[in-house]
Design a protein around this ligand. Structure first.
Ligand SMILES: Nc1ncnc2c1ncn2[C@@H]1O[C@H](COP(=O)(O)OP(=O)(O)OP(=O)(O)O)[C@@H](O)[C@H]1O
Length: 279
């Protein structure tokens, strides 16, 4: 007898999504395995955010099916709030409560949704603040943090709910360039810790260095997917090549395809280094 294989962390089958007459997703299929990091790249308007938002039903698919950790979230009988508890989502904007301290931002959902006591919620929150390099910011208010620190606090808030899957929707695109590195370093550490991650990003170096698989979307379909070195370094489709030629300089594209000549990733910045951005 064969043991049944565990279902992937995310399975997306023939997913369609329209907004009125606009068909944004035109039949998407792919999976994310447990512990896998999948980066979704593609031109603006190709449907990347809509795809991500369908995974936790922030958008309701028009057709198709999605399973998260074996539960079909598109089944109308499934209690979506229960499924969402296992999914962390980090957006472009941080959405921290401005009137609460960082610590309280991290404990409020734990206490209200997971019914954790204050002591346990604070312990978990402080562990996660340490994980993102913000131990010393527990008592600060969001306005006293840099954008990068606020995004790291938002990641720590998601992690405090102990999700099995993390969704990132362009988490660095609202940040000043000098703050991007620290957020990517936190995400890289999460990946190394084995977190399952589905990441919509324009950060090609992150996709190259951290993703197990890259999914290239254009016009509401998956044009190609595979290991970063294949999709970014030796794309099979003209649409992928055309996109990459617009977002990467030619030297970079050539290097992506040649492991021996691939540039060393930049030294990750030390996490607390952006304290100079404190207001
Ligand atoms: N709630 C909505 N109502 C109507 N149209 C929408 C809605 N959300 C997204 N769209 C449209 O769907 C298309 C895809 O948007 P989406 O945000 O998914 O693209 P994207 O690939 O993430 O783009 P970007 O890289 O610019 O964020 C766009 O034409 C957008 O205007």
């Amino acid at each position: 007898m064969t043991t049944p294989q565990p279902r992937p962390a995310v399975e997306i089958r023939d997913l369609h999504k329209s907004f009125g007459p606009l068909e944004v997703l035109k039949g998407i299929d792919f999976e994310v395995d447990h512990g896998e990091v999948v980066c979704v790249i593609g031109p603006s308007g190709s449907g990347k955010s809509t795809l991500l938002r369908c995974v936790n039903l922030l958008e309701e698919p028009t057709a198709g099916k999605i399973w998260v950790n074996g539960v079909e979230v598109t089944d109308p009988d499934v209690e979506i709030d229960t499924v969402r508890r296992g999914i962390g989502m980090v957006f472009q904007s941080f959405n921290l409560f401005p009137h609460l301290t960082v610590l309280d931002n991290l404990t409020i959902a734990q206490r209200r949704v997971l019914r954790r006591g204050r002591g346990e919620a604070e312990r978990i929150a402080r562990d996660n603040l340490e994980r993102v390099g913000l131990t010393d910011k527990a008592a600060a208010f969001p306005a006293q943090l840099s954008g990068g620190q606020q995004q790291r606090a938002a990641i720590a808030r998601s992690l405090s709910m102990e999700p099995k899957l993390m969704l990132f929707d362009e988490p660095t695109s609202a940040l000043d360039p000098e703050l991007v590195g620290d957020v990517l370093t936190v995400m890289r550490k999460l990946a190394e810790d084995g977190m399952t991650m589905l990441v919509v990003t324009h950060e090609m170096a992150f996709a190259r260095d951290v993703a197990d698989r890259v999914v290239f979307m254009d016009g509401g379909v998956v044009v190609e997917q595979g290991p970063p070195r294949e999709v970014l370094g030796a794309p099979q489709h003209e649409r992928t090549r055309s996109f990459l030629s617009r977002v990467l300089d030619p030297t970079h594209v050539a290097q992506l395809g040649q492991p021996d000549q691939a540039p060393e990733p930049p030294e990750p910045p030390h996490l607390p280094a952006d304290d100079r951005h404190n207001l």
